[in-house]
Design a protein around this ligand. Structure first.
Ligand code: GLC
Length: 452
Protein backbone atom coordinates (compact mmCIF):
# COMPACT_ATOMS: atom_id res chain seq x y z
CA UNK A 1 0.00 0.00 0.00
CA UNK A 2 1.35 3.41 -0.86
CA UNK A 3 1.67 5.71 2.10
CA UNK A 4 2.58 8.80 0.08
CA UNK A 5 -0.88 10.18 0.42
CA UNK A 6 -0.76 9.90 4.22
CA UNK A 7 2.62 11.63 4.34
CA UNK A 8 1.27 14.39 2.13
CA UNK A 9 -1.65 14.95 4.51
CA UNK A 10 0.72 15.01 7.48
CA UNK A 11 2.98 17.56 5.79
CA UNK A 12 0.02 19.76 4.91
CA UNK A 13 -1.15 19.73 8.51
CA UNK A 14 2.06 21.18 9.98
CA UNK A 15 1.48 24.37 11.96
CA UNK A 16 4.23 27.00 11.89
CA UNK A 17 4.95 29.67 14.43
CA UNK A 18 7.36 32.44 13.44
CA UNK A 19 8.81 30.19 10.77
CA UNK A 20 9.28 27.09 12.98
CA UNK A 21 7.14 23.94 12.86
CA UNK A 22 5.42 23.55 16.24
CA UNK A 23 2.65 20.99 15.74
CA UNK A 24 -0.08 19.72 13.40
CA UNK A 25 -3.66 20.89 12.87
CA UNK A 26 -6.35 18.36 13.84
CA UNK A 27 -7.70 18.34 10.28
CA UNK A 28 -6.87 19.89 6.94
CA UNK A 29 -10.41 19.56 5.69
CA UNK A 30 -11.14 22.73 3.66
CA UNK A 31 -14.56 22.83 5.30
CA UNK A 32 -14.14 21.38 8.78
CA UNK A 33 -17.14 20.59 10.93
CA UNK A 34 -15.97 22.53 13.98
CA UNK A 35 -14.01 25.77 14.11
CA UNK A 36 -11.31 24.41 16.42
CA UNK A 37 -10.15 21.65 14.05
CA UNK A 38 -7.47 24.04 12.82
CA UNK A 39 -6.02 23.97 16.33
CA UNK A 40 -3.16 21.69 17.23
CA UNK A 41 -4.56 19.29 19.84
CA UNK A 42 -2.05 17.84 22.28
CA UNK A 43 -3.50 14.31 22.19
CA UNK A 44 -3.86 14.38 18.39
CA UNK A 45 -0.27 15.42 17.88
CA UNK A 46 1.14 12.39 19.72
CA UNK A 47 0.85 9.89 16.86
CA UNK A 48 2.19 12.49 14.41
CA UNK A 49 5.08 13.22 16.79
CA UNK A 50 6.00 9.54 17.01
CA UNK A 51 6.03 9.35 13.21
CA UNK A 52 8.28 12.43 13.07
CA UNK A 53 10.62 10.89 15.65
CA UNK A 54 10.84 7.63 13.71
CA UNK A 55 11.67 9.65 10.60
CA UNK A 56 14.38 11.62 12.39
CA UNK A 57 12.41 14.90 12.30
CA UNK A 58 13.13 15.87 15.88
CA UNK A 59 12.78 19.65 15.71
CA UNK A 60 9.03 19.79 15.40
CA UNK A 61 8.64 17.55 18.45
CA UNK A 62 11.05 19.61 20.53
CA UNK A 63 9.31 22.83 19.47
CA UNK A 64 5.95 21.32 20.36
CA UNK A 65 7.15 20.21 23.79
CA UNK A 66 8.51 23.71 24.46
CA UNK A 67 5.40 25.45 23.14
CA UNK A 68 2.96 23.42 25.24
CA UNK A 69 5.22 23.75 28.27
CA UNK A 70 5.17 27.53 27.92
CA UNK A 71 1.40 27.58 27.57
CA UNK A 72 0.74 25.51 30.70
CA UNK A 73 -1.04 26.97 33.69
CA UNK A 74 -2.81 29.71 31.72
CA UNK A 75 -6.30 28.34 32.30
CA UNK A 76 -8.99 30.68 33.53
CA UNK A 77 -9.62 30.23 37.25
CA UNK A 78 -12.27 31.42 39.65
CA UNK A 79 -11.33 34.83 41.01
CA UNK A 80 -9.03 34.52 43.99
CA UNK A 81 -8.06 30.91 43.22
CA UNK A 82 -4.49 29.81 42.65
CA UNK A 83 -3.68 28.36 39.22
CA UNK A 84 -2.45 24.79 38.94
CA UNK A 85 0.72 25.24 36.95
CA UNK A 86 0.78 21.56 35.97
CA UNK A 87 -2.35 21.78 33.81
CA UNK A 88 -1.67 21.72 30.07
CA UNK A 89 -4.02 22.89 27.32
CA UNK A 90 -6.21 20.68 25.13
CA UNK A 91 -5.07 22.61 22.07
CA UNK A 92 -3.39 25.76 20.83
CA UNK A 93 -3.59 27.87 17.70
CA UNK A 94 -1.39 30.36 15.93
CA UNK A 95 -3.10 33.58 14.88
CA UNK A 96 -2.09 36.81 13.22
CA UNK A 97 -1.82 39.87 15.36
CA UNK A 98 -0.50 43.31 14.41
CA UNK A 99 1.26 41.91 11.38
CA UNK A 100 2.98 39.24 13.52
CA UNK A 101 2.01 35.87 14.97
CA UNK A 102 0.78 34.93 18.43
CA UNK A 103 -0.23 31.66 20.06
CA UNK A 104 -3.29 31.14 22.18
CA UNK A 105 -4.18 28.05 24.20
CA UNK A 106 -7.52 26.43 24.97
CA UNK A 107 -7.93 24.68 28.30
CA UNK A 108 -11.46 23.69 27.45
CA UNK A 109 -12.90 27.17 27.93
CA UNK A 110 -13.64 27.38 24.19
CA UNK A 111 -14.52 23.70 23.75
CA UNK A 112 -17.98 22.14 23.66
CA UNK A 113 -19.19 21.66 27.23
CA UNK A 114 -16.09 23.37 28.70
CA UNK A 115 -14.37 20.03 29.29
CA UNK A 116 -11.02 19.93 31.10
CA UNK A 117 -8.13 18.15 29.31
CA UNK A 118 -6.83 15.98 32.14
CA UNK A 119 -4.93 13.85 29.60
CA UNK A 120 -2.79 16.61 28.04
CA UNK A 121 0.01 16.80 30.60
CA UNK A 122 0.13 13.00 30.69
CA UNK A 123 0.57 12.77 26.91
CA UNK A 124 3.15 15.57 27.13
CA UNK A 125 5.28 13.67 29.60
CA UNK A 126 5.00 10.45 27.60
CA UNK A 127 6.11 12.36 24.53
CA UNK A 128 9.02 13.94 26.40
CA UNK A 129 10.28 10.43 27.11
CA UNK A 130 9.80 9.36 23.49
CA UNK A 131 11.74 12.44 22.39
CA UNK A 132 14.69 11.72 24.65
CA UNK A 133 14.78 8.06 23.63
CA UNK A 134 14.90 9.08 19.98
CA UNK A 135 17.45 11.86 20.41
CA UNK A 136 19.39 11.24 23.61
CA UNK A 137 18.92 14.96 24.26
CA UNK A 138 19.17 14.69 28.04
CA UNK A 139 20.24 18.33 28.31
CA UNK A 140 16.68 19.22 27.37
CA UNK A 141 15.21 17.05 30.13
CA UNK A 142 17.75 18.37 32.66
CA UNK A 143 17.09 22.02 31.81
CA UNK A 144 15.69 24.01 34.74
CA UNK A 145 12.46 24.79 32.84
CA UNK A 146 11.67 21.18 32.02
CA UNK A 147 12.53 20.00 35.53
CA UNK A 148 10.28 22.65 37.03
CA UNK A 149 7.53 21.67 34.61
CA UNK A 150 7.77 17.99 35.61
CA UNK A 151 7.61 18.98 39.29
CA UNK A 152 4.50 21.08 38.70
CA UNK A 153 2.78 18.32 36.76
CA UNK A 154 3.51 15.83 39.53
CA UNK A 155 2.36 18.34 42.13
CA UNK A 156 -1.03 18.51 40.38
CA UNK A 157 -1.43 14.83 39.53
CA UNK A 158 -0.28 13.50 42.90
CA UNK A 159 -2.20 16.04 44.94
CA UNK A 160 -4.51 14.72 47.63
CA UNK A 161 -8.16 15.40 46.75
CA UNK A 162 -11.29 13.40 47.51
CA UNK A 163 -9.68 10.10 46.61
CA UNK A 164 -10.08 6.89 48.54
CA UNK A 165 -8.25 4.86 45.89
CA UNK A 166 -4.94 5.23 44.01
CA UNK A 167 -6.82 5.92 40.77
CA UNK A 168 -7.23 9.46 39.39
CA UNK A 169 -10.60 11.19 39.69
CA UNK A 170 -11.67 13.32 36.68
CA UNK A 171 -14.81 15.02 35.35
CA UNK A 172 -16.71 13.86 32.25
CA UNK A 173 -15.03 14.29 28.86
CA UNK A 174 -11.51 14.80 30.23
CA UNK A 175 -9.72 12.81 27.50
CA UNK A 176 -10.17 11.52 23.94
CA UNK A 177 -13.89 11.17 24.62
CA UNK A 178 -14.35 14.86 25.23
CA UNK A 179 -18.14 14.99 25.51
CA UNK A 180 -20.56 13.82 28.12
CA UNK A 181 -20.57 10.03 27.81
CA UNK A 182 -20.78 8.79 31.40
CA UNK A 183 -16.99 8.74 31.56
CA UNK A 184 -16.56 10.82 34.72
CA UNK A 185 -15.02 9.38 37.85
CA UNK A 186 -12.24 6.90 37.22
CA UNK A 187 -12.32 6.09 33.49
CA UNK A 188 -9.92 3.40 32.34
CA UNK A 189 -8.21 5.49 29.66
CA UNK A 190 -7.22 8.07 32.25
CA UNK A 191 -5.93 5.35 34.60
CA UNK A 192 -3.83 3.80 31.83
CA UNK A 193 -2.40 7.19 30.88
CA UNK A 194 -1.84 8.01 34.53
CA UNK A 195 0.08 4.78 35.00
CA UNK A 196 2.12 5.50 31.86
CA UNK A 197 2.85 9.00 33.11
CA UNK A 198 3.91 7.85 36.57
CA UNK A 199 6.32 5.20 35.32
CA UNK A 200 7.69 7.72 32.83
CA UNK A 201 8.25 10.30 35.55
CA UNK A 202 9.95 7.64 37.65
CA UNK A 203 12.26 6.71 34.78
CA UNK A 204 13.15 10.29 33.95
CA UNK A 205 13.74 11.34 37.56
CA UNK A 206 15.71 8.20 38.42
CA UNK A 207 17.92 8.90 35.42
CA UNK A 208 18.66 12.42 36.57
CA UNK A 209 19.54 11.31 40.15
CA UNK A 210 18.40 12.75 43.50
CA UNK A 211 14.76 13.55 44.35
CA UNK A 212 14.50 10.46 46.57
CA UNK A 213 11.36 11.62 48.36
CA UNK A 214 9.39 12.18 45.14
CA UNK A 215 10.63 8.90 43.72
CA UNK A 216 9.51 7.02 46.83
CA UNK A 217 6.04 8.59 46.53
CA UNK A 218 5.87 7.76 42.86
CA UNK A 219 6.72 4.12 43.47
CA UNK A 220 4.02 3.76 46.11
CA UNK A 221 1.41 5.24 43.79
CA UNK A 222 2.56 3.14 40.81
CA UNK A 223 2.29 -0.10 42.74
CA UNK A 224 -0.97 0.89 44.38
CA UNK A 225 -2.54 1.88 41.07
CA UNK A 226 -1.40 -1.29 39.31
CA UNK A 227 -2.71 -3.60 42.05
CA UNK A 228 -5.98 -1.72 42.28
CA UNK A 229 -6.68 -1.77 38.54
CA UNK A 230 -5.77 -5.43 38.25
CA UNK A 231 -8.11 -6.27 41.10
CA UNK A 232 -11.08 -3.98 40.49
CA UNK A 233 -11.09 -3.42 36.71
CA UNK A 234 -10.15 -6.87 35.45
CA UNK A 235 -13.12 -8.90 34.23
CA UNK A 236 -13.04 -12.46 33.00
CA UNK A 237 -15.39 -15.41 33.36
CA UNK A 238 -14.09 -16.17 36.83
CA UNK A 239 -14.52 -12.60 38.07
CA UNK A 240 -17.91 -12.28 36.42
CA UNK A 241 -19.05 -15.35 38.33
CA UNK A 242 -17.82 -13.78 41.56
CA UNK A 243 -19.67 -10.53 40.88
CA UNK A 244 -22.77 -12.49 39.87
CA UNK A 245 -22.85 -13.96 43.38
CA UNK A 246 -21.72 -10.83 45.27
CA UNK A 247 -23.46 -9.97 48.52
CA UNK A 248 -24.21 -6.29 48.97
CA UNK A 249 -23.96 -3.90 51.89
CA UNK A 250 -21.04 -5.40 53.72
CA UNK A 251 -19.64 -3.13 56.39
CA UNK A 252 -16.13 -3.07 57.82
CA UNK A 253 -12.59 -3.50 56.64
CA UNK A 254 -12.50 -7.19 55.71
CA UNK A 255 -15.16 -7.36 52.99
CA UNK A 256 -15.15 -9.01 49.54
CA UNK A 257 -17.45 -6.67 47.68
CA UNK A 258 -15.41 -3.58 48.52
CA UNK A 259 -17.19 -1.19 46.15
CA UNK A 260 -20.65 -2.57 46.92
CA UNK A 261 -21.48 -3.63 43.40
CA UNK A 262 -24.92 -5.19 43.00
CA UNK A 263 -25.04 -8.26 40.73
CA UNK A 264 -28.22 -6.86 39.21
CA UNK A 265 -26.07 -4.21 37.49
CA UNK A 266 -24.45 -6.79 35.17
CA UNK A 267 -25.80 -6.01 31.68
CA UNK A 268 -27.44 -8.73 29.57
CA UNK A 269 -25.02 -8.42 26.67
CA UNK A 270 -22.21 -9.78 28.84
CA UNK A 271 -23.85 -13.18 29.13
CA UNK A 272 -21.74 -15.40 26.89
CA UNK A 273 -19.64 -12.53 25.52
CA UNK A 274 -16.48 -13.76 27.24
CA UNK A 275 -15.08 -17.25 26.84
CA UNK A 276 -12.60 -19.01 29.15
CA UNK A 277 -9.61 -17.41 27.47
CA UNK A 278 -10.72 -13.80 27.18
CA UNK A 279 -11.14 -10.85 29.50
CA UNK A 280 -10.73 -7.09 29.64
CA UNK A 281 -10.43 -4.11 31.92
CA UNK A 282 -13.83 -2.53 32.52
CA UNK A 283 -14.44 1.11 31.61
CA UNK A 284 -14.87 2.63 35.05
CA UNK A 285 -15.15 1.80 38.73
CA UNK A 286 -16.79 3.61 41.59
CA UNK A 287 -19.01 2.94 44.58
CA UNK A 288 -21.81 0.67 43.39
CA UNK A 289 -20.82 1.34 39.82
CA UNK A 290 -19.02 -0.83 37.31
CA UNK A 291 -19.09 0.53 33.79
CA UNK A 292 -18.97 -2.81 31.98
CA UNK A 293 -18.44 -1.25 28.54
CA UNK A 294 -15.27 -2.19 26.65
CA UNK A 295 -13.16 0.91 25.92
CA UNK A 296 -10.49 0.13 23.34
CA UNK A 297 -7.97 2.89 24.00
CA UNK A 298 -7.78 2.22 27.76
CA UNK A 299 -7.30 -1.52 27.25
CA UNK A 300 -4.68 -1.05 24.55
CA UNK A 301 -2.68 1.53 26.49
CA UNK A 302 -2.85 -0.73 29.55
CA UNK A 303 -1.10 -3.40 27.47
CA UNK A 304 1.48 -0.98 26.08
CA UNK A 305 2.42 0.49 29.46
CA UNK A 306 2.30 -2.80 31.36
CA UNK A 307 -0.65 -1.83 33.53
CA UNK A 308 -2.33 -5.05 32.44
CA UNK A 309 -0.43 -8.16 33.57
CA UNK A 310 1.01 -10.37 30.78
CA UNK A 311 -1.85 -12.82 31.40
CA UNK A 312 -4.44 -10.03 31.17
CA UNK A 313 -2.81 -8.63 28.03
CA UNK A 314 -3.21 -12.03 26.36
CA UNK A 315 -6.83 -12.19 27.55
CA UNK A 316 -7.60 -8.78 26.00
CA UNK A 317 -6.07 -9.78 22.68
CA UNK A 318 -7.96 -13.09 22.80
CA UNK A 319 -11.12 -11.04 23.17
CA UNK A 320 -10.24 -8.92 20.13
CA UNK A 321 -9.73 -12.09 18.11
CA UNK A 322 -12.88 -13.76 19.44
CA UNK A 323 -15.06 -10.66 19.00
CA UNK A 324 -13.38 -9.29 15.88
CA UNK A 325 -16.75 -8.34 14.33
CA UNK A 326 -17.78 -6.31 17.40
CA UNK A 327 -14.46 -4.66 18.23
CA UNK A 328 -12.80 -4.24 14.83
CA UNK A 329 -15.53 -4.81 12.25
CA UNK A 330 -14.94 -3.17 8.90
CA UNK A 331 -12.83 -0.34 10.27
CA UNK A 332 -10.38 -0.74 13.15
CA UNK A 333 -10.98 0.07 15.97
CA UNK A 334 -14.33 0.52 17.74
CA UNK A 335 -13.88 3.13 20.48
CA UNK A 336 -16.41 1.60 22.89
CA UNK A 337 -18.56 -1.50 22.86
CA UNK A 338 -21.52 -1.68 23.06
CA UNK A 339 -23.21 1.62 22.22
CA UNK A 340 -25.82 3.10 24.56
CA UNK A 341 -29.28 3.69 23.16
CA UNK A 342 -32.78 4.78 24.14
CA UNK A 343 -33.25 6.10 27.67
CA UNK A 344 -29.74 5.11 28.62
CA UNK A 345 -28.37 7.27 25.77
CA UNK A 346 -30.65 10.14 26.86
CA UNK A 347 -29.42 10.05 30.43
CA UNK A 348 -25.82 9.29 29.70
CA UNK A 349 -25.15 11.82 26.95
CA UNK A 350 -27.81 14.44 27.65
CA UNK A 351 -29.48 13.35 24.36
CA UNK A 352 -26.41 14.33 22.33
CA UNK A 353 -27.33 13.82 18.62
CA UNK A 354 -23.69 13.45 17.60
CA UNK A 355 -23.32 10.61 20.06
CA UNK A 356 -26.34 8.53 19.05
CA UNK A 357 -25.88 4.77 19.18
CA UNK A 358 -23.03 3.41 17.02
CA UNK A 359 -21.78 6.85 16.08
CA UNK A 360 -18.80 9.04 17.07
CA UNK A 361 -17.80 8.42 20.71
CA UNK A 362 -20.79 6.18 21.32
CA UNK A 363 -19.64 3.08 19.50
CA UNK A 364 -18.13 4.66 16.38
CA UNK A 365 -14.94 3.25 14.83
CA UNK A 366 -11.80 5.41 14.95
CA UNK A 367 -8.95 4.73 12.51
CA UNK A 368 -6.44 6.49 14.80
CA UNK A 369 -6.79 3.59 17.25
CA UNK A 370 -4.94 1.40 14.76
CA UNK A 371 -1.56 2.35 16.23
CA UNK A 372 -2.18 1.32 19.85
CA UNK A 373 -3.88 -1.79 18.48
CA UNK A 374 -0.87 -2.74 16.40
CA UNK A 375 1.47 -1.87 19.28
CA UNK A 376 -0.51 -4.05 21.69
CA UNK A 377 -0.82 -6.88 19.17
CA UNK A 378 2.94 -6.91 18.60
CA UNK A 379 3.66 -6.77 22.30
CA UNK A 380 1.54 -9.87 22.82
CA UNK A 381 2.95 -11.73 19.82
CA UNK A 382 -0.08 -11.29 17.54
CA UNK A 383 1.65 -10.34 14.35
CA UNK A 384 -1.14 -11.71 12.16
CA UNK A 385 -3.85 -9.74 13.96
CA UNK A 386 -1.76 -6.57 13.58
CA UNK A 387 -1.31 -7.12 9.86
CA UNK A 388 -4.92 -8.05 9.33
CA UNK A 389 -6.15 -4.87 11.05
CA UNK A 390 -3.80 -2.68 9.02
CA UNK A 391 -4.98 -4.37 5.82
CA UNK A 392 -8.64 -3.86 6.75
CA UNK A 393 -7.96 -0.17 7.35
CA UNK A 394 -5.57 0.07 4.46
CA UNK A 395 -6.71 1.62 1.24
CA UNK A 396 -10.20 2.29 2.56
CA UNK A 397 -9.39 5.38 4.63
CA UNK A 398 -7.42 6.76 1.77
CA UNK A 399 -10.23 6.20 -0.73
CA UNK A 400 -12.65 7.79 1.75
CA UNK A 401 -10.42 10.87 2.17
CA UNK A 402 -9.18 10.13 5.71
CA UNK A 403 -12.40 10.46 7.75
CA UNK A 404 -12.17 11.13 11.44
CA UNK A 405 -14.48 8.26 12.40
CA UNK A 406 -16.96 5.69 11.02
CA UNK A 407 -20.51 4.82 12.09
CA UNK A 408 -22.49 1.62 12.42
CA UNK A 409 -22.21 -1.61 14.39
CA UNK A 410 -19.45 -2.78 12.08
CA UNK A 411 -18.08 0.65 11.27
CA UNK A 412 -19.05 0.40 7.63
CA UNK A 413 -20.35 3.96 7.19
CA UNK A 414 -18.34 7.18 7.04
CA UNK A 415 -19.15 9.12 10.22
CA UNK A 416 -22.20 11.29 9.68
CA UNK A 417 -20.44 14.41 10.92
CA UNK A 418 -16.87 13.29 10.46
CA UNK A 419 -14.23 15.66 9.17
CA UNK A 420 -12.27 14.58 6.16
CA UNK A 421 -8.49 14.82 5.96
CA UNK A 422 -8.25 14.24 9.70
CA UNK A 423 -4.57 14.31 10.59
CA UNK A 424 -4.48 11.54 13.18
CA UNK A 425 -6.27 9.17 10.81
CA UNK A 426 -3.21 9.47 8.56
CA UNK A 427 -0.57 9.62 11.31
CA UNK A 428 -2.16 6.63 13.08
CA UNK A 429 -1.79 4.56 9.92
CA UNK A 430 1.77 5.76 9.34
CA UNK A 431 2.71 4.93 12.90
CA UNK A 432 1.10 1.49 12.71
CA UNK A 433 3.19 0.81 9.61
CA UNK A 434 6.29 2.25 11.24
CA UNK A 435 6.12 -0.16 14.18
CA UNK A 436 5.09 -3.13 12.05
CA UNK A 437 8.14 -2.68 9.88
CA UNK A 438 10.56 -1.73 12.62
CA UNK A 439 9.86 -3.32 16.00
CA UNK A 440 12.60 -1.15 17.52
CA UNK A 441 10.37 1.89 17.10
CA UNK A 442 8.08 0.51 19.82
CA UNK A 443 10.72 1.60 22.32
CA UNK A 444 9.33 5.09 21.91
CA UNK A 445 6.15 4.35 23.82
CA UNK A 446 6.46 0.94 25.45
CA UNK A 447 7.79 0.56 28.95
CA UNK A 448 11.46 -0.31 29.13
CA UNK A 449 14.17 -0.09 31.76
CA UNK A 450 16.74 2.61 31.32
CA UNK A 451 20.32 1.47 31.09
CA UNK A 452 22.22 4.42 32.53
C1 GLC B 1 -12.76 15.33 18.93
C2 GLC B 1 -12.20 14.14 19.67
C3 GLC B 1 -10.97 14.53 20.43
C4 GLC B 1 -9.94 15.15 19.48
C5 GLC B 1 -10.57 16.32 18.71
C6 GLC B 1 -9.67 16.85 17.62
O1 GLC B 1 -13.21 16.29 19.82
O2 GLC B 1 -13.13 13.60 20.55
O3 GLC B 1 -10.41 13.41 21.07
O4 GLC B 1 -8.82 15.57 20.18
O5 GLC B 1 -11.76 15.89 18.09
O6 GLC B 1 -9.39 15.86 16.68
Amino acid sequence: MSLDNAYELLENSVVYYRGEPVGTAAAVDPSPVAANYHDCFVRDFVSAALVFLIDGKHDIVRNFLLTVMTLRGQQPVVKGHKRSMGLMPASFRVYESNGGEEITADFGERAIGRVVPADSAMWWLLLLRAYVIATDDWDFVYSAEVQQCIDQILELYLRETFESAPTLLVPDGAFMIDRRMGVYGHPLEIQALYYGMLITAEELLAHSGGREAILANLRIRIEGLRDYVRLHYWLDRHRLNEIHRFKGEEIGLEVTNVLNVYPESIPDWLDGWLDERSGYLVGNQGPGRVDFRFFAQGNLLAILFGLASPHEAQGIMNLFERRWGDLIGEMPVKIVYPASSGKEWMHMTGSDPKNVAWSYHNGGNWPVLIWPFVGAALRTGRFEAAERAVTVLGDRVRADNWPEYYDGRRGSLIGRRANFFQTWTASGLLLAHGILENAEARRLFERFTFVA
